[in-house]
Design a protein around this ligand. Structure first.
Ligand SMILES: NC(=O)c1ccc[n+]([C@@H]2O[C@H](COP(=O)([O-])OP(=O)(O)OC[C@H]3O[C@@H](n4cnc5c(N)ncnc54)[C@H](O)[C@@H]3O)[C@@H](O)[C@H]2O)c1
Length: 389
């Protein structure tokens, strides 16, 4: 059995989740006994956080220096779970030292940085992967299988959302609030997940037209006027955009951090010429599908509860569920196989830079009031100008 030594940088919310997922990646469903992750070292911002992270989350050692860790010969994988403003520096240093890099999303806060990271990954002798974990949900993988197999016909329309309510009452000084503290705005934070899933299922987005907004200091005041949001250099809390895909399908998207009662609603519905699908992460076992070729008196949506007959499903008994940590364990299993077999990893830094390109396109459209083609070569400069304001 191959053992892969992991260094975790950042043991907050996501570092905790990753720590658990490594534990079950080699014991849960889909494990093939070929590899084991060794939780070698955890890095935190100060000594007391580092020590408690090691003790609580099962890491062998701890330190406060990620620079020492990226040079450490006992480390095979550097796993980056700090705020996105710090991702690039750590990832590039780790790649330079030949480490495989797992990085949380968004890989960066602006397109130019994301593309620099993607180029560094392309020229390194190492595997990269990015934490778009929701794509590993069995219902999402099953949707992809049905689309790829032609069972749902030609893709016609995709409607995607990511709505949360955690921002109500949240600490206004949290890192997510500003660019200076490493934040990206919700378009890159949660919007990147729904963009990843949309392109996984429907292919490349070729143009977008969008709006973004930030909330007023007093939430009851609604959205800030856009001119004020820009002059106050506020990151976006919400966005809405329409899109066209390369295969001719059309799409509509919305993301909102102030969406009461939505919990963690990453949801989508899409229509194909032979059938349609609905999915909502808050009920992630449920896969709702409708087929056009049903007898007229049976037409409509049926609800399937995913089990181990579906890609990535963990349990024979539907209803036991595949949860948040499980989909992360699936992503780590894929990552380990890519490292050991030398096969492509997905989603890698190139795919994450592609997602960042769509984020930049929506931002640019919101600023200019125009349709934006995400392949526009000037988009990275426009995105950097947006950040610098
Ligand atoms: N894929 C998902 O479902 C998902 C969910 C939440 C967050 N994320 C992503 O994970 C990343 C981290 O987010 P989070 O919610 O865990 O944030 P967090 O604030 O909970 O944790 C970040 C941790 O990084 C530590 N840190 C900061 N600077 C450091 C440094 N120089 N060295 C070592 N440690 C340092 C902080 O002390 C903190 O414990 C972000 O990129 C975020 O977008 C992904």
């Amino acid at each position: 059995m191959d053992e892969l030594g992991v260094a975790l940088i950042g043991a907050g919310f996501m570092g905790r989740a990753h720590s658990q997922a490594y534990e079950i990646a080699h014991t849960g469903a889909g494990a093939d006994g070929r590899f084991r992750f060794r939780r070698e070292v955890v890095v935190e911002a100060d000594e007391s956080r580092a020590a408690s992270a090691a003790a609580d989350l099962g890491w062998e050692r701890c330190t406060t220096s990620w620079r020492a860790v990226v040079e450490d010969p006992s480390i095979d994988i550097v796993d980056i779970c700090v705020p996105p403003g710090l991702h690039a520096e750590i990832a590039m240093a780790a790649l330079e030292h030949g480490k495989h890099v797992f990085c949380e999303k968004p890989i960066a806060n602006d397109l130019a940085t994301a593309e620099r990271m993607s180029r560094a990954a392309a020229s390194a002798d190492a595997v990269t992967q990015v934490g778009f974990n929701y794509r590993n949900t069995p219902a999402v993988s099953f949707a992809r299988e049905l689309l790829d197999g032609g069972r749902l016909g030609h893709p016609l329309m995709f409607r995607g959302q990511y709505l949360q309510d955690a921002a109500f009452g949240a600490d206004p000084n949290r890192w997510r609030a500003t660019r200076a503290t490493g934040g990206s705005g919700m378009l890159a934070d949660i919007g990147s997940h729904v963009i990843d899933v949309a392109e996984l299922l429907f292919g490349d987005i070729v143009r977008v037209s969008g709006l973004v907004r930030a909330i007023a200091d007093d939430t009851s005041g609604g959205w800030l006027a856009e001119a004020d949001r820009r002059s106050e250099r506020r990151l976006d809390d919400a966005g809405a955009w329409i899109a066209e895909f390369g295969n001719g399908a059309i799409g509509a998207f919305s993301i909102n951090a102030y969406s009461s009662g939505r919990n963690n609603e990453l949801s989508f519905a899409f229509d194909g010429s032979l059938g349609a699908v609905e999915f909502n992460w808050n009920r992630r076992e449920e896969f709702r599908v409708s087929y056009v070729d049903e007898p007229a008196d049976h037409r409509g949506f049926r609800t399937i509860h995913t089990n181990d007959n579906h890609p990535g499903g963990w349990w024979r008994l539907a209803g036991l569920g595949t949860g948040y940590i499980d989909v992360m364990a699936i992503q780590f299993q894929d990552f380990a196989r890519a490292i050991l077999d030398g096969c492509p990893s997905a989603p890698d830094f190139a795919s994450a830079a592609r997602v960042q390109r769509i984020v930049a396109a929506v931002r640019h459209s919101a600023e200019t009031g125009r349709w934006v083609d995400p392949t526009n070569p000037h988009l990275a400069d426009a995105d950097t100008a947006f950040d610098a304001r």
